[in-house]
Write a protein that binds this ligand. Structure first.
Ligand code: HEC
Length: 482
């Protein structure tokens, strides 16, 4: 939906550029500071496995993510690394989701071919793209890390390898021309996805017919140069009977300009129909009676509810989608991204609910790269958890959730080593918890940007600490902890 249409048509909304710029600059300054320091304090993870990232690319995610690639071993004093032998597989695995042949999600340029890495840089044409890459992947640049925290991670060795390659003039090396089928992985993927299963006809779906309920932006106009613009858009549910949503799917209308999407239920039913700019960004973290139902960032996917539970939707419910935009291109995009409920009238046995496990009334000393605080929540009844999402404000840097059972030592359920305010996402889970289990949520903050004590509170410069867990049966409260 690239816009060459009539921009005056009634459903087109425009952000107020001036208001957005003023408001966003404060947020950007804060986020910039946060992210810069956040990178500095990120420990040097050597993942046996990748961090708990979004499980895989959803149906609408990266068009050019390519097959998963084995990372090459680091070169330590060996021959000069080359594009084909060393760098291309890393860039493909870690960057093509956004910097593919057709860049997506606000990425300004492709990183798909050797020639593209030798083109003049976009933010600084006196440098080549590979030089900007080498600079930008370094820790502690003061800019958002590449890849962004929710989307991957380069190890120190991988960073050193790419930097050594760039410093050596970014040589091409020999293309793997003997490979008869360069696209084999892609074909295999497509084929795998289309393979029919055993041939047993599951019969008609007893939950059909489904109602598809979109909660999306009303063709919001995202103009060239838009940076960290936020739009919050409300949908009011109209239904004659209560429904159970069984899936929540991200709607990706204009992937070139999307940064992330959050879907909330506004419990107080009093949020305005539309709001843009800083207030909208802040609202999503300030409202005590809002339930975070699903979060998407590039690579994210549909939330499929477990078969015994659904997200209850009733007549008059207010749903708000918050969409975060960047537009590095030269065209205005009219965006209708958001989330889509797939809902049934055949109510399932359980309502799904969201509980914030965490703590309140804490205070954090300034100048600390990694301050931790934990809150414990004891369960009185068993609970199944199918998704989680950490929630802090601007200083948030990481989070964990552990369970203590029968007085035993804490066992790790979720470890989110990097968190960024502007990239809050939901991660899938499948935890069966017992009555008597104690859930411990730990938040990690980087307070180096602050000179005074930071306290718990609802302002953006205050801090919060919750791990939101989507679960059933309902716990009965919005939050739990000490
Ligand atoms: C989830 C999407 C995403 C992924 C994955 C990603 N980037 Fe980016 N990248 C962006 C966006 C959005 C921007 C523009 C905003 C900014 O500069 O922060 C950007 C900007 C950049 C820039 C700045 C370009 C300039 O002209 O200054 C460089 C360099 C870069 N990315 C390199 C990388 C590399 C290298 C990787 C992989 C290791 C990577 N990115 C992975 C989204 C992504």
């Amino acid at each position: 939906m690239l816009v060459t249409r009539d921009p005056t048509r009634p459903h087109t909304r425009r952000f107020s550029a001036r208001a957005a710029r003023t408001a966003n600059s404060a947020l950007n300054a804060a986020i910039g500071a946060l992210v810069g320091f956040g990178v500095a304090c990120v420990p040097d993870y050597e993942y046996g496995e990748r961090p708990p990232r979004l499980v895989d690319d959803g149906p609408t995610a990266g068009r050019d993510a390519g097959p998963p690639t084995q990372n090459p071993p680091p070169t330590t004093g060996g021959p000069t690394p080359t594009w084909w032998q060393d760098v291309e597989p890393l860039i493909r695995a870690q960057c093509h989701l956004c910097h593919g042949a057709a860049p997506l999600y606000g990425a300004p340029m492709p990183l798909a071919t050797w020639a593209e890495l030798h083109a003049p840089g976009r933010s600084d044409p006196s440098k080549k793209v590979h030089e900007l890459v080498a600079a930008r992947i370094a820790r502690n640049t003061g800019l958002p890390p590449m890849p962004p925290v929710a989307n991957g991670h380069l190890t120190e060795d991988e960073i050193a390898l790419i930097q050594a390659w760039s410093a050596a003039g970014a040589p091409e090396g020999t293309p793997p021309s003997e490979d008869p089928k360069p696209d084999a992985g892609v074909e295999a993927d497509a084929g795998g996805g289309g393979t029919p299963d055993s041939g047993v006809d599951p019969g008609p779906d007893p939950e059909a017919p489904f109602e598809m309920i979109p909660v999306v932006a009303p063709n919001a106009a995202v103009r060239p140069g838009a940076t960290d613009e936020y739009g919050c858009f409300r949908t009011v549910i109209e239904t004659d009977v209560p429904l159970h949503a069984v899936e929540i799917t991200p709607v990706i209308d204009e992937p070139e300009v999307l940064h992330h999407i959050l879907l909330f239920r506004d419990g107080g039913r009093n949020y305005p129909e539309e709001r843009t700019g800083f207030l909208c960004a802040a609202d999503t973290v300030l409202q005590g009676d809002w339930e975070l139902l699903h979060g998407w960032a590039p690579g994210g996917q549909t939330m499929v509810l477990p078969p015994e539970a659904g997200v209850r939707l009733e007549d008059g419910d207010h749903l708000v989608v918050q969409v975060h935009y960047n537009n590095p291109g030269n065209n205005t995009h009219l965006d209708a991204s958001g989330m889509m409920f797939k809902a049934t009238r055949r109510l399932r046995p359980n309502d799904a609910a969201v509980l914030g496990v965490g703590l309140e009334n804490f205070s954090l000393p300034p100048g600390q790269p990694a301050v931790e605080r934990s809150g414990d929540c004891e369960l009185e009844r068993p609970m199944h958890v199918f998704s989680y999402s950490p929630h802090m404000h601007l200083l948030g840097a990481g989070a964990r959730m552990e369970v203590m059972r029968n007085g035993g030592a804490p066992q790790m359920l979720a470890d989110v080593p990097t968190f960024a305010f502007e990239s809050q996402v939901s991660y899938p889970a499948s935890w069966d918890l017992n009555a008597g289990d104690i859930l411990r949520a730990t938040c990690i903050w980087d307070t180096t940007p602050r000179t005074g004590t930071t306290r718990f509170g609802e302002g953006t410069t205050d801090e919060m600490c919750y791990l939101f867990i989507a679960h059933y049966p309902p716990f009965g409260e919005y939050s739990c902890g000490n």
